[in-house]
Design a protein around this ligand. Sequence first.
Ligand code: CP
Length: 329
Amino acid sequence: MVGARRPGRDLCEVGDLDLGETCALLAAARALLPLAAGDGPRKFQALRGAVILRIFAEPSTRTRLSFEVAARRLGAQIVDFAADAGSSAAKGETELDALRNLDAMGFDAVIVRDRRDGHARWLSTQLRARVVNAGDGANEHPTQALLDALTILEAFARAPAPGAMQGLRVAICGDLRHGRVGRSNLRLLRALGAEVVLAGPGELAPVALAAAEGVQLAEDLETALRGAHVAMMLRIQRERLGAGLALPDDASYHRAWGLTPARLELLDPAGVVLHPGPMNRGVEIADAVADGPRSRILRQVTLGVAVRMAVLARACGVSLETCLKEQLP
Ligand code: CP
């Protein structure tokens, strides 16, 4: 890295945010929501002139486009880089040299998704630009956890504040062993006061994670769901499964671990359903649940744009107050 880090803050893991910052980010996202949802005045310009680099080395629909919408809503531009046949990687340039050259172009921030655990943190030690983690291997997906937290707070009419989730029980169910969404959520939701219970089948059961984080690991899906205020369903991360893992076929998985209308009745009467997407319908979640009245799945996506607006402003060194005030006349 040549020169000091740029103004702004990295977001590599949810632990990069203290409780006060978490609540401030969520509050800013709530305030930005009319614009994020396309319903408000299109005049927020806090990031006008900013250029943000996006490096996505894994597939994505929601996160990739959500960041783009968020950047554009604040007046910033996004530029994509992929170390593929169209780049100088084809001429033997190393990844690090490529990234240093890109950094020398003066990007304000970098949004990165990668299959390697810890890649975002590593990048933050190599670049002047501030780094936002859009998912690194099985490690973390901090903006997903922030948007999930905002969805839960909205569903239970609570304001972002320390202890805001006290009294709420969140069941995170599915492949937590290979998934980053569950890990980030577990940490963030507990920091806000939620009780979190984990559940996963057989070899996907997050035994080590539950032990390391000191949370309950339910023996089956029913136990996890009973009385829960939130059922967060996660898909099997087939792209990260090691060789030799014996998984049931989709129908068997659904019978034992799928969120069906019958299992939905186990939740608290006010309980809601979240899923980060992409969903595997008929596997971890039934159609009738995904599309039913207790589903907040599409709301998560809308709130995600607002969260990413606040996160990009923070990454570019623009205060959240400015973000809300800086409007075109
Ligand atoms: N939730 C999520 O990360 O979705 P994508 O993989 O489509 O970005």
